[in-house]
Unconditional design. Structure first.
Length: 68
């Protein structure tokens, strides 16, 4: 079994926080009365950070250890 790294733990909690955030934003968007377009500037910051964390975590998970 592979050891879980700190980046993988951070990625897990970042994804969990993102899911919770999206739930609250979705509820907020439904409650808006005007029905206009909702511009999600927060996604410009959140999604690239999550993408980098996921890629680094996957590389760490699937990388084979070299025997020294």
């Amino acid at each position: 079994m592979k050891k879980v790294t700190n980046i993988q733990i951070i990625t897990f909690f970042a994804l969990l926080a993102y899911i919770i955030w999206e739930f609250y934003v979705w509820n907020w968007a439904i409650s808006q009365e005007y029905g206009g377009a909702i511009i999600r500037v927060d996604l410009v910051i959140i999604l690239p950070v999550l993408l980098v964390l996921i890629i680094v975590s996957l590389v760490q998970f699937f990388r084979k250890k070299t025997i020294k």
